[in-house]
Write a protein that binds this ligand. Structure first.
Ligand SMILES: [Zn+2]
Length: 479
């Protein structure tokens, strides 16, 4: 008996030793400190230009007749007046419903770069704003307006940097493309058509940069330093519906379960069995990068995922939220409808769920997994619309190195990590022609800033605009 206890004690000690040693060895990887190259920006021009862009009311709607096309034309005309050298040196084309494509010849066509952005914005609730959303007001070092963050700011960064470099006689080593859409917010056709155009011309981008992550704080457990998050993939997006067609009838003599009751049972079954955990490359690499910088307890967890992943997953499943969304397909029931009157049995009951599909899976696969959870043959489950998850981009090689070098130069002392985006962006179309698609909005954004994206009081501090331009200057010069 004593031997048994001794052996058990030895096992426990060995286990703890392994956990501890792995934790202590889980240190940040050494990175050479970046020496920032000079990047002089005409600050006033950059601020004035962005303010002028904000004054174009390029609001996207799903209903075509609500779109003020003149404002979109005004924006494109504005580009011509603000960036004459870019227009002079690049081939300019208007492609698809509202796409614009600038092509700049470099010394080689071998490693082309694409800088993406969109110049449409989502609508505003003006009465909930502290300042007008489309006046381009600058006050106390802050520029107010819809689109400052999403994402005329990055479009401005691209164009200011290009204008300045080209004015100085810059010829890039490789071809460059600036591809902007005016219908990103309504999942329009402009960028897909631009991608088809580039593909037909044999362009295989060695790097694509679009909006996405940013320089943010307080997003990873136990890490207080700012982190530059680069989206290397995005989850799929789908709406699914569950329908029961029934006989209807008066509610005074009902069956044991109405259509609503049966759908509710299905919802409970689906929520009760979350999708399985998948540790995808972007998330595994994020844990490996940021986990090393975390506080001791979290470092212990992330250094020993071989033993703690199920525990971490258990917590995620219970709490939901972002960490959970990084690790599995999520399903949120968002809409329900039954009969039109309280005393009428629903002849047709319907519930709708919004799902975010994890990398490696598909919408079809997700639907059949949902069907497997229903346990009710009377429920018709179908996809209303869906987009499969994007491909996962490389985190080594030319594109990644150039991008992270420009980030390190512009935001020194910032951790750089890949991550998985939950939102869908136009960049996913570029995965068809490139292995190196990166989603990074070159801005340092506080939690308060981020609340303005698609929300109220969207605005940006003017010193952040300057940093955005500096980032693009450094990246373009290096490509
Ligand atoms: Zn956007």
């Amino acid at each position: 008996m004593t031997y048994f206890w001794l052996a058990l004690a030895a096992l426990v000690v060995a286990f703890l030793a392994v956990i501890l040693i792995r934790t202590l060895r889980f240190r940040p990887k050494a990175a050479a400190p970046a020496t920032a190259s000079e990047a002089v920006v005409d600050e006033q021009k950059a601020i004035d230009d962005l303010a002028a862009m904000i004054r174009c009311k390029t609001v996207s709607y799903y209903e075509d007749e609500r779109i003020d096309k003149a404002e979109f034309a005004k924006f494109r005309a504005l580009l011509k007046t603000l960036y004459p050298t870019v227009f002079e040196r690049c081939t300019y084309e208007e492609i698809g419903p509202s796409g614009v494509l600038f092509s700049l010849k470099g010394k080689s066509a071998e490693k082309p770069a694409v800088f993406m952005s969109h110049y449409d914005v989502v609508p505003v609730n003006e009465e909930q704003w502290s300042k007008p959303a489309f006046d381009g007001i600058v006050e106390d070092g802050v520029l107010w307006g819809r689109g400052t963050l999403d994402t005329k700011g990055t479009l401005l960064g691209t164009m200011e940097a290009a204008e300045q470099l080209l004015k100085g006689g810059f010829v890039p080593e490789n071809d460059m493309y600036f591809a902007f859409a005016g219908d990103e917010e309504v999942a329009g056709k402009s960028q897909p058509i631009i991608v088809e155009t580039l593909r037909a011309r044999g362009v295989t981008p060695a790097i694509v940069v679009d909006e996405g992550g940013a320089v943010v704080e307080g997003i990873f457990p136990g890490v207080s330093e700012p982190c530059a998050l680069v989206g290397i993939a995005e989850k799929g997006l789908m709406d699914a519906q569950f329908v029961i067609e029934g006989a209807g009838g008066h509610a005074s003599a009902p069956p044991p379960h109405t259509g609503i009751g049966r759908l509710s049972r299905a919802v409970t079954r689906i929520e009760g069995k979350p999708f399985p955990r998948v540790l995808t490359k972007p998330v595994a690499e994020m844990f490996d990068t940021l986990g090393r910088r975390s506080s001791f307890v979290y470092r212990m967890i992330f250094a020993n995922l071989w033993c703690f992943l199920p525990v971490l997953d258990g917590i995620c499943k219970k709490s939901g939220g972002e960490l959970n969304a990084m690790m599995r397909t999520t399903c949120a029931f968002t809409m329900a409808e039954g009969s039109k009157a309280s005393n009428v049995l629903p002849p047709r009951a319907r519930m709708v769920a919004n799902l975010r599909v994890i990398s490696g899976s598909t919408c079809e696969e997700t639907l059949s997994a949902l069907k497997g959870r229903l346990d009710d043959d009377g429920i018709q489950a179908s996809i209303i619309h869906g987009t499969d998850p994007s491909k996962i981009s490389e985190t080594t090689g030319y594109g990644w190195e150039k991008l992270t070098a420009a980030i390190a130069e512009t935001w020194p002392d910032t951790l750089i990590s890949p991550y998985l985006m939950f939102a869908a962006s136009d960049s996913r179309h570029y995965c068809a022609i490139s292995d190196d698609v990166y989603r990074f909005s070159a801005m340092a954004l506080s939690k308060e800033d981020r609340a303005g994206i698609h929300g109220n009081d969207e605005r940006i501090a003017t010193d952040k605009i300057v940093k955005t331009v500096q980032f693009y200057l450094r990246l373009m010069r290096s490509l």
